[in-house]
Design a protein around this ligand. Structure first.
Ligand SMILES: O=C(O)CCC(=O)C(=O)O
Length: 289
């Protein structure tokens, strides 16, 4: 059960950590299953000589261990608290993605700043303010992850920058390119938090949180991260009703702050320089999860 201060932290920072959300024996069973898929690709997790690429994307195995891992009571309770009981759902086998990162001389090709998208239109991944399908982004550690083990990087509070960009587009949302162009420089100046911890810990993130995978794995063991699927069926609203914590975060970001003599209102600060963004590796809306 999340405490009031954890929920307040989620609204403010865009993420909350649930330590031990999944039992360690379940994460071990999940890794064993993933290792079998990797073996089919010629990768032996015990043999660094076979770690021929920096990252392997593994489709969510429909096994009991993965179903358990993606739907523990700790996760379901957190979803209820953040999104509302009855407002979200999961597939019978949960579904989602698994990312395994290996120490490798090559940089990972998918280490781009992004927000996970919530729907596809005309073959294009889009994110929108109502976020019609995506309730939260759950990053679940399936292995122990230290600072050198290619942890995902989160920009703390960046969900507050994304809401005001998406809001004018309404339910149509906006495409990857449109969102990238409007992310303000301050998004990238925000403090970073790295998704480190023990196998079974979960970082439950606001769907608008800007994040990226690590370019390099500097450790000596593969890193396993799962993104269990979940869907909202009550899209977010900008007003009315009793806002759920995911909505509270968005509504807070839409409230104009008192203009200050130098910066003007918060929501109009949307003028990044392209040089700045490209130095930081670009950004995208990810179709994953
Ligand atoms: O750190 C990773 O492997 C990828 C995390 C990520 O970008 C995502 O789940 O959307």
């Amino acid at each position: 059960m999340l405490t009031r201060s954890q929920i307040a932290g989620f609204v403010r920072d865009g993420y909350v950590v649930v330590p031990g959300a999944v039992p360690r024996r379940t994460t071990t069973a999940c890794r064993t299953r993933v290792d079998r898929t990797l073996a089919d690709q010629g990768i032996d997790v015990a043999d660094p000589a076979t770690w021929s690429k920096p990252v392997a994307h593994v489709p969510w195995p429909a096994t009991r261990a993965f179903t358990t891992a993606g739907s523990t009571e700790a996760l379901r309770t957190a979803y209820d608290q953040l999104i509302g009981p009855g407002a979200w759902t999961q597939l019978p086998t949960v579904g989602g993605n698994v990312f395994v990162r290996f120490p490798n001389r090559r940089a990972a090709p998918d280490a781009l700043w992004h927000v996970d998208g919530s729907f596809v239109r005309d073959g294009e991944m889009r994110a929108s303010f109502p976020s019609p399908t995506r309730g939260v982004l759950c990053l679940l550690l399936l292995s122990d992850v230290g600072p050198d083990d290619a942890p995902t990087e989160l920009k703390v509070g960046s969900h507050l920058d994304v809401g005001p960009i998406l809001e004018p587009y309404g339910a149509d949302g906006c495409s990857f390119a449109e969102l990238v162009e409007q992310l303000p420089p301050r998004t990238f100046d925000r403090p970073s938090v790295f998704v480190t911890g023990r196998a079974g810990d979960a970082f439950i993130c606001h769907p608008f949180l800007v994040h990226r995978a690590a370019r390099r794995h500097r450790g000596d063991r593969p890193r396993y991260l799962a993104q269990p699927g979940m869907m909202v069926h009550r899209p977010f609203r900008a007003d009315g009703g009793r806002p759920r914590p995911v909505e509270r975060a968005i509504r807070r970001s839409l409230t104009p702050v008192e203009p200050d003599a130098t910066t003007g209102p918060l929501r109009t600060m949307t003028n990044p320089t392209s040089g700045r963004r490209s130095r930081r590796g670009g950004a995208s809306i990810s179709p994953r999860g």
